[in-house]
Design a protein. Structure first.
Length: 192
């Protein structure tokens, strides 16, 4: 029971004090679950992030569910997931009860503009940390650079192209390369 309550309290704290959604939560989840509590490794965190981004649902919930499941099975997954969701649910519910035009209040609207900037920085921080920790191999780096360039062009020219298609194209390219090169000898597709 102690581990489940620890999972719940840890993820309720993450959910309560993190603005900006899943991407903004990634550095905090990594700091707490990898560096402080040692529940998962850096490699597992990178894998969780990739899988959570590729599966339906918010990334923070998917990360919490995985960490909870790894630590304490299905009940750990439920505790961690409930913990990360509860604060947002309660806050949004209270806002909807008491304030009809919450974002029309000038000081709140201005506060959210500042929060948006901080969230962007947190997301950039998560991306930089993941890049630094990733194993530097030629093909993944080429895919990274091409994906980044494609996203920049799509945004600069305001083309209507979903980032989901970029993910699928990168996955397809990786699968084709995997088929051409043959099965790697290491775990998780890493060549030794």
């Amino acid at each position: 029971m102690e581990k489940k309550s620890s999972l719940f309290l840890t993820f309720i704290k993450i959910g309560l004090f993190t603005f900006g959604g899943g991407y903004a939560m990634i550095p905090i989840i990594e700091n707490i679950c990898v560096e402080r509590k040692k529940w998962i490794t850096h490699d597992e965190m990178m894998d969780i992030t990739v899988i959570a981004e590729s599966t339906p649902g918010p990334i923070a919930i998917n990360c919490a569910t995985y960490v909870g499941y790894k630590q304490k099975g299905i009940w750990g997954a439920i505790a961690a997931t409930f913990g990360v969701v509860l604060p947002s649910f309660v806050i949004i519910y209270l806002i909807s009860l008491f304030l009809d035009n919450f974002l029309e209040i000038t000081w709140i609207a201005n506060a959210f503009k500042g929060i948006r900037i901080a969230v962007g920085i947190l997301i950039l921080d998560a991306g930089i940390r993941m890049f630094i920790k990733m194993k530097k191999r030629v093909i993944p780096c080429i895919i990274l650079v091409l994906s980044f360039a494609a996203m920049m062009l799509i945004n600069v020219f305001a083309w209507s192209f979903s980032s989901i298609f970029l993910i699928l194209i990168a996955a397809l390219i990786s699968l084709v390369i995997f088929q051409i090169q043959g099965a790697p000898s290491g775990e998780g597709g890493d060549k030794k």
